[in-house]
Design a binder for this molecule. Structure first.
Ligand code: CMC
Length: 428
């Protein structure tokens, strides 16, 4: 096969290098195309544009494949743990027993946050959405750890910043929830594993002992694994682009949290439950809502359906759908919205509109139902996604830094007014 591609414009041919990935994906490297031709490429929403060559996550949307560092999501969800997956994503290989023990130990010993965080937390009105609070608190970490602001410091210092955010994000998330509901915060308990500790900080009370149900801990761990990375999605690209200006890890992650918040991205998990609740309150007429989703004059979209990359099925959704059944059965929860979700899926999978556009349930369609069964409040769903995605963002940020990638700066085609003379309007 030739290792170049040709682009012909106005009769002139430009030869451009072809790049091939380890899974035989091909790309035309257009990096020097403008310098040669004066022409840029235009691609709204980067639907066909690779922004980097990455060794972290492989995704084949047609075949429904998702692998972290070469390991399938199915095997990781079944056999691994969230912290092991975090290590794999960030450091590139599965940890040995000793490496893993010391990694867990480090994380456990950095879970506490500075007491002054309480003052910041108290400044938020109780109506504040936990995603806004979380992104603010992550930015605030730069104030408590000023050395973290310079990403060019030694690897040991960068590594410490990584450990700190992995350790403290669940604490920040749980503290903001407690603050919102007006309960005293629960300090981290170093005897507990990552997920049990989070549940203890979320649901524990000083006046009574709290022990997480192992079904809940395992389900949470699995959900975090499924969300841990997803290559160059909106929030990962945001993290990389913010980091490319040499902004700090915490500033980049905070930006990622904000990108994730939107309902077309991670915010979909909250939107799905709200949608299912609306359908239930409206009498549960699934067909009526399907018609709304198909009506181009109606802004309503079937939340939790469709994906930019997956065009056959989302492998995470398959695992989550099964987990939803298992978790609800194990906890003895009977949630009527699960039936509505299954009804919607069944109708959508047979409907021409959805079939033609290759729209299938995505990871967020069933995740909210599990979070709800676990007792996680709806507004915290996207925070759970952020906790899961954190290792992916860190891995993407680290790779971008180590590849020495240039500052992210797309071009544009200007379509505004051409030059015109200023006419005083009498406003001075
Ligand atoms: N309901 C109804 N129609 C839809 C939906 C939907 N959920 N998703 C896409 N379409 C239609 C869309 O109207 C368009 O139709 P047409 O070709 O007639 O104009 C066609 O399908 C292609 O849609 P698109 O918006 O061009 O596709 P995209 O790749 O830009 O968007 C998406 C992908 C995920 C933003 C979109 O499918 C969507 O809005 N889904 C609902 C929100 C959601 O569940 N987001 C979570 C994504 S998975 C979690 C994550 O990793 O972020």
């Amino acid at each position: 096969m030739s290792n170049t591609a040709e682009i012909k414009v106005d009769g002139k041919c430009y030869e451009l290098p072809l790049v091939e990935g380890s899974e035989k994906e091909k790309a035309i490297d257009i990096g020097k195309f403008r310098a040669q031709s004066g022409i840029i490429t235009l691609d709204y929403g980067f639907k066909n544009t690779g922004s980097t060559q990455s060794a972290i996550t492989f995704l084949d949307g047609e075949k429904g494949i998702l692998r972290y560092r070469g390991y399938s999501i199915e095997q990781l969800a079944e056999h691994s743990s969230f912290l092991e997956v975090a290590y794999l994503l960030i450091f590139g290989e599965l940890p040995s027993k000793e490496e893993f023990e010391s990694f867990k130990d480090e994380i456990t010993h950095h879970t506490l946050i500075h007491e002054d965080f309480h003052t910041i937390l108290e400044g938020f009105p109780s109506a504040a959405h936990p995603m806004g609070v979380l992104s603010s608190l992550v930015t605030a970490m730069t104030a408590f750890y000023p050395k973290s602001m310079d990403p060019n410091r030694s690897w040991d210092e960068v590594r410490l910043s990584i450990i700190r955010i992995l350790a403290k994000l669940p604490t920040l998330a749980a503290f903001s929830y407690k603050n919102k509901i007006g309960h005293p915060v629960m300090y981290p308990n170093n005897k507990l594993d990552y997920c049990s500790n989070f549940l203890h900080m979320m649901f524990g009370l000083p006046s009574q002992d709290f022990e997480a149900n192992p079904v809940v801990t395992d389900a949470l761990d699995k959900l975090l694994i499924l969300h841990a990375d997803h290559e160059q999605n909106c929030s990962a690209s945001t993290v990389r682009i913010v980091g490319s200006s040499q902004a700090s890890l915490y500033a980049s992650i905070s930006a990622g949290i904000n990108a994730l918040w939107g309902p077309l991205h991670g915010g979909a998990n909250q939107a799905v439950i709200e949608m299912l609740e609306n359908i239930k309150a409206d009498g549960g007429n699934v067909e009526k809502w399907m018609d709304k989703a198909k009506d181009k004059d109606d802004p309503f979209r079937l939340m939790g359906f469709g994906h930019r990359v997956y065009k056959n099925f989302d492998p995470r959704a398959r695992i989550i759908k099964k987990a939803a059944d298992d978790v609800l059965a194990a906890l003895g929860v009977n949630d009527p919205v699960l039936d509505i979700a299954k009804g919607l899926e069944e109708v959508a999978l047979r409907d021409d509109y959805f079939v033609e556009r290759k729209l299938y349930p995505n990871v967020d369609f069933y995740s909210g139902i599990i979070y709800r069964a676990l007792g996680i409040p709806t507004e915290m769903f996207t925070v759970m996604f952020a906790m899961g995605r954190l290792p992916g963002w860190i891995a993407q940020w680290r790779e971008m830094r180590e590849n020495k990638e240039p500052i992210g700066r797309p071009r544009q085609v200007y379509v505004g007014k051409t030059e015109r003379d200023y006419v005083p309007m009498g406003n001075r």
